[in-house]
Design a protein around this ligand. Structure first.
Ligand code: MTE
Ligand code: MO
Length: 406
């Protein structure tokens, strides 16, 4: 072991409990209920769609051609989510692969600036360069745990990943266009999908507005996890808004506008709103924007039993940009908690932190979960915020896994 590894191990063993390894709390549950409390995946695995045929089929759950989830057991523990395991969520069919044939030629029109202009990806590369690790998470992640069974994909924990992006800071792009025009309060991105004929474009276009303050951290990215962004994930160019839910990270972005009002697109005005149970979404309701504080356990994943002895319980914790202060793990469904040490590098306040807690586990049944506490002392809640469409679920109780130790 290297010195650092020895230090880490000592720290983990100490942090594990007051004395030696932490001892896990036993809980009872019906023996056959070892699987997660989430809706079962479809019986026969669906094949990967052509544009995502390169995904690792064993690592994902194909809900549909436009909704693909990472298995809880497939996140790994090295911080970054491998691209071939990352979830996919498309509201419209992905554009033709021709758009990534000549990436530098892709154009984005920049509006709401003093000198509006259209800029190619090749020219963006002369304006600036930044690299940022962010959690990309669909706001519907955890929808599968809502007892109200909202319509939409029943994601459990796998509509999320931690990704490294490279591109140009949006604020540099604004500067290159003479600065933001006066009176602008939103940053609005428009997706480059071809829209179906014969329908009102506003009813289908993927266009989202975030508060203009988000431009401090936002980038126009052309690279993801060290490679040009794939078509599936929004290449040739994607708007990345660190700390904000997935839908605000516009793929194949063709227009970047500083605007005085929110987009009139349906996906903004009525979609992705926190609507009371049984209600119909209206524009005034809170929109799905910054990500709530969240964590979950990835191992053991509850998909198989675990051998008694020392079990390294691992998982991830993140929020919208406030650093994660602590993570606690419970093996008795939330009755008692133990601090879990972080492992691996801190990739910045928009990435997730990995934790690993060595637990001494005797044979029996356990309910494992984690809760994150940010640097400001905010605690990840036990309860989900009920809402009609199943957004923003950050409940530690919902994300728990039932684990049999044998
Ligand atoms: N142009 C465009 N951008 C988009 C979408 C889309 O359908 N079209 N889907 C959004 C949603 S809802 C999510 S959760 C993320 C998913 O990103 P991924 O497919 O790269 O994982 O992209 C967002 N950006
Ligand atoms: Mo999403």
């Amino acid at each position: 072991m290297t010195e650092a590894a020895q230090f880490l191990r000592r720290r983990q063993l100490l942090a594990g409990s007051a004395g030696a390894l932490a001892t896990a709390g036993l809980v009872g549950f019906a023996d056959k209920a070892v699987a997660q409390a989430a809706p079962a995946a479809p019986a026969g695995p669906r094949p990967l769609p052509a544009y995502a045929a390169w995904k690792d089929a064993d690592a994902v759950i194909v809900h549909s051609a436009t909704t693909i989830e990472t298995r809880r057991s497939a996140f790994g523990t090295s911080s970054i989510t491998p691209t071939d395991r990352l979830f996919i969520r498309n509201n419209l069919p992905a554009p033709d692969a021709a758009i990534v044939a000549n990436r530098d030629a892709w154009q984005v029109s920049v509006e709401g600036v003093r000198n509006p202009r259209t800029i190619s990806v090749g020219d963006l590369k002369t304006i600036g360069l930044e690299t940022v690790a962010t959690v990309l998470q669909c706001s519907g992640n955890g929808r599968g745990f809502f007892p109200s069974k909202p319509s939409g994909t029943p994601w459990t924990v796998g509509a999320a990943g931690c990704v490294v992006w490279s591109g140009v800071p949006v604020r540099y792009v604004a500067e290159a266009c003479g600065g933001v025009a006066s009176g602008m309060v939103y940053l609005t991105g428009t997706g480059g999908e071809k829209l179906p004929d014969g329908v009102d474009p506003l009813s289908v276009v993927v266009e989202r507005s975030v508060p203009i303050t988000a431009m401090t951290d936002a980038i126009l990215a052309w690279e993801m996890n060290g490679a040009p962004i794939s078509l599936a994930h929004g290449g040739p160019l994607r708007l990345i808004v660190p700390g904000y839910q997935g839908v605000n990270n516009i793929k194949y972005v063709k227009r970047l506008a500083f605007t005085s009002a929110e987009s009139q697109a349906k996906i903004m005005s009525h979609g992705y709103r926190i609507t009371p149970l049984g209600g119909t979404s209206v524009p005034g309701e809170p929109s799905v924007q910054q990500m709530p504080l969240k964590s979950w356990v990835n191992y053991p994943a509850g998909d198989r039993s675990v051998r008694a002895g020392t079990v390294y319980v691992t998982g991830v914790a993140f929020g919208s940009g406030a650093p994660i202060g602590r993570v606690e793990v419970s093996s008795d469904g939330g009755k008692t908690w133990i601090d879990a040490p972080f492992v691996g590098p801190d990739l910045g306040r928009f990435a997730w932190r990995q934790f690993a807690l060595p637990l001494q586990m005797a044979p029996g049944n356990y309910v494992l979960t984690s809760r994150a506490i940010d640097a400001a002392g905010n605690v990840q809640p036990q309860e989900r915020l009920e809402n009609a469409h199943g957004y923003n679920n950050n409940s530690w109780a919902d994300a728990a896994v039932k684990v049999a130790v044998v």
